[in-house]
Design a protein around this ligand. Structure first.
Ligand code: CUA
Length: 177
């Protein structure tokens, strides 16, 4: 059977595309460290999120429940991020985030990172992040959540390790917020 030259070229091109697509998935899961948020975070009563131990206080704290160095609780709600406006975290430390919503579905996307989670009422989205690059990162909601959706934004400030002071953390914890 004779295969025409152009046909062979198209075969080769199609094969190359398939290999490239598989390659991007492999790259995402292995090199870029992309993973799905699963149901590890557990469920929560969305009418009483602040009665859950993880959300009595929002913001950063030293780790209690996870193997990370720090934990951060954020309540994504119409239309702001309680605990992340802004949230200061140290660079080069593992931080486990707990994010939930008391009202509707929101998004939790940290610009210029691969952090992008959906926040569902009744569920806790749990994921661990380590920031290598100090700087100010925008935090966006990427799920349409009502009239104030476009303005729903927060900020993550990643402080260089040598400028980080855990005492400041204690002071905030001991304060009246
Ligand atoms: Cu919250 Cu859009």
């Amino acid at each position: 059977m004779e295969i025409h030259r152009y046909e062979k070229l198209w075969f080769a091109a199609a094969l190359l595309l398939i290999v490239a697509f598989i390659g991007t998935i492999a790259y995402g899961s292995v090199v870029a460290g992309i993973s799905m948020v699963d149901d590890d975070g557990g469920t929560i009563d969305s009418d009483n999120v602040r009665e859950h131990p993880a959300f009595e206080e929002t913001g950063l704290r030293e780790a209690e429940d996870s193997d990370s160095d720090y934990e951060a609780s954020v309540i994504a709600m119409q239309w702001f991020f309680d605990g992340a406006s802004p949230l200061e975290v140290p660079a080069n430390h593992e931080i486990t985030f707990y994010v939930t919503s008391p009202d509707v579905i929101h998004g939790f996307q940290i610009v210029d990172t691969n952090v992008n989670a959906m926040v569902i009422p009744g569920q806790i989205s749990e994921f661990t992040v380590e920031f290598d690059e100090p700087g100010e990162y925008g935090l966006l909601c990427n799920e349409f959540c009502g009239a104030g959706h476009e303005n729903m934004a927060g900020q993550i400030v990643v402080v260089p390790e040598d400028q980080w002071d855990d005492d400041a953390l204690e002071a905030v914890d001991g304060g009246e917020n």
